[in-house]
Structures are given as C-alpha cells and as structure tokens.
Design a protein around this ligand. Sequence first.
Ligand code: NDP
Ligand code: GDR
Length: 359
Amino acid sequence: MGTVSNTAGSGKKKKTALITGITGQDGSYLTEFLLEKGYEVHGIIRRSSNFNTQRLDHIYVDPHNSSARMKLHYGDLTDASALRKWVDTICPDEVYNLGAQSHVGVSFENPDYTADVVATGALRLLEAVRTHIESTGRQQIKYYQAGSSEMYGATPPPQDENTVFHPRSPYAVSKVAAHWYTVNYREAYGLFACNGILFNHESPRRGENFVTRKITRAVGRIKIGLQKKLFLGNLKASRDWGFAGDYVEAMWLMLQQEKPDDYVVATEESHTVEEFLEEAFGFVGLDWKEYVEIDPRYFRPSEVDNLRGSAEKARKVLGWKPKVGFKQLVAMMVSGDLERANREKVLVDNGYIDSHQQP
Ligand code: NDP
Ligand code: GDR
C-alpha cells in the first residue's frame, strides 16, 4: 500500500486514475496502458486468503520505491465508506469502474451478491465521486462504467447504442441498472460519466472459467498429455470476441472526449463456441470432436444466443478500431496456454504437482 502523491519527480502534474477491478483481466491491461501514458494508477483490491494480484505482478514496483506509479489499496464495491475514503484520498482525475462478479453463469447461483457488487456497487462509487466533488468543490472527475453486451441479451444483432436492452441473467440485469445509474448521474448532476458497452473480449489473461480460456487451457493440456476431456455447455451460442488489450484503449478514449457519452465497442464479427473450438483445436492439429463432451451443468437457465455489435459510433467519434482479429486472438491464447502446459508438464514429470493441480 503506497502513499498518495499527485506530482511527478519532475514537478509536472501527472494524471491520476483510480481503478476498481484492477486485478482482473481488463484492469491489468488498462493499468499497463495508463502507466505507458504517464498516469499514476491506483487500484482497489479485495482482501482474499490467497494473493489475487498475479495479473499485475509483472508491473508491480515496491511502493517504498519512489518510482512506483501503481498503488494498491484494500477496498470493496460493497463498502461505500472505503470507496469514499479512497476517492477523497487519491483525488483521481479519472475513475474506471471495472470491478464485478463478472461470470454470467455464477450470477444465477449468487444473484443477490452479484446485484450488490455490480449494480449497487456502481451506485456506491458514483455517489462517492459525486459527494467528493460536491464537498470539495473540485473540478470534474471523469467516470467510466464497464457496461456489457449481455445487457442486449435476447435482442437480436446487430446491437448498437440504440438497441433495446433485454437482459437474460442476474448479472446482465445488474449491468443494466449500473448503466442507468451512470446515465442518471450524468443527467442529474452533470457528472462526466460514460458507459462503455463492451462486447466479449478475451486474452491470455482471461479468467479460466470463461469459455474461450477454458477451451485454450484444455487445448494446451490435451496436446501435452495432461488432460483427456473437455466438458462444455451450449456450443451454439454466438459471440463477438475481441482482444482485451484493444478494448481498454476505447475505455480511455471515451474519457478524453469533450462530452460524456455511451459507446458500443465490438469487432462486428461473431462466431459460435463451436467455431472457437474448431479454430483452437485446429491450431495444434487436433479434432475437437474427439475431446469435447457436453455437461448440462454448464447450460444456463436462460441463454444469450447471439451477440454481434455495431461499433460505428466508436469508430467515428473515438477513432477506435480493433487491431486483433478472431484467428489472431485464438492463436495468441492457444500459444500462451501451450507454453503454460509445457511448464506444468515439467513439474508433473518431476513429481512436484499432480496433473490436476496448477503451478
Ligand atoms: P474479471 O472477472 O477478470 O475481473 C473482475 C474484477 O473485479 C477483479 O479484479 C475482481 O477482483 C474484482 N471484483 C470482484 N468483486 C469485487 C468486489 N466486490 N469489489 C471490488 N472488486 C471486485 O473481469 P474482466 O476484467 O473481464 O471485466 C472487467 C469489467 O468489464 C467487469 O465489470 C465485467 O463485468 C465487464 N465486462 C467484461 C467483458 C469481457 O468480455 N471481459 C465484456 C463486457 C463487460 P478479484 O481479482 O479479487 O476477483
Ligand atoms: P459470457 O462469457 O457469458 O458471454 O460473458 P462466457 O465465456 O462465460 O460464455 C460464452 C458462451 O459460451 C457458452 N458456454 C460456456 N461458458 C462457460 N463459461 N463455460 C462453459 O463450459 C461453456 N460452454 C458453453 C455460454 O453458455 C455462453 O453462451 C462474458 C463475461 O466476461 C461477462 O462479464 C461480459 O459482460 C460478457 O462476456 C460480455
């Protein structure tokens, strides 16, 4: 945990960002992106019994070192007082609300908690920002809300900023609430608040229980002989999959505009889970049909069949477009997981772990 400073060694004022969800996939890419731009980055992390900062380890600098520009603070989206305290202490220029119980399937199992973190958590953070501005008389703090294509749910593609929301899970309903809280704080209090409506974005840092990473992890392990089967649910679902590294730039661009607004961020191309399997197993010369089994446990009570975004507004207004396409994304993820499986194999072969454990 570091002390809070807003000036660079040169005396030049640095921009400061506060990120919830900094330990997640997007949080780690956004932190790298902002550090590269010269920001000081503060992240709110949850206390957990195991370290949860693996995605940040490669950019972590001991806070005792005066060059450290990423600082981590304990807090939680369920804890309004902590959120207000960190906004007051850090006085950020930009706040990125990426924290969430972000697994759609899990949200059916933990609906109440999901709503608390995703919907009310966003409200708590907006309120912390609003009351901080009100009580300090400070200038604007820019706020980014991590919205999701899941909000469109049952509404058929292509989906853009004017498409009607029809959420299909407690997670998606909570994201719709967070979306409208954000719009309301913009309209009611003039807050510079933006909703990014991001379609699925993946990377080698994607959580291992999302379908893309679950597949690429299995491909690596099956190829190297550490795993025999892969159990999945609905293979017919279609998603617009992009690369997380590209998408964090769009988040930042939204906060650099003159006026706050909402934007869809997507590749405008969609593929089924089956097509992802074909591409991922095919990349290492395997036929997925020999390894994949369907386990109804992974079916959701209500499914989102088809998401494909139209990102014309982001293209025109933000000048944003994705750099990584579908095949490149799959190749990047499979290569990463093949390398990881090779390292695991060394440990398994030498008796340090068994093949079910992860290093
Ligand atoms: P991850 O699941 O990888 O990361 C979620 C982050 O939220 C983690 O840092 C997690 O901490 C943190 N978090 C969870 N619960 C709380 C809590 N109670 N208080 C504070 N922080 C909490 O998600 P992604 O990086 O993939 O996604 C980032 C955001 O974007 C999320 O809000 C997600 O819903 C949204 N989104 C994601 C899309 C995608 O395709 N990736 C698409 C559209 C929206 P910990 O590490 O301790 O678990
Ligand atoms: P999604 O991502 O629900 O789109 O939410 P996920 O990868 O979990 O599912 C995509 C599709 O694959 C089907 N599926 C499986 N999914 C998982 N997780 N595990 C399986 O075994 C499996 N088999 C088939 C699912 O039914 C679904 O149709 C992600 C999250 O990052 C959200 O936080 C984000 O808001 C949206 O993307 C956009």
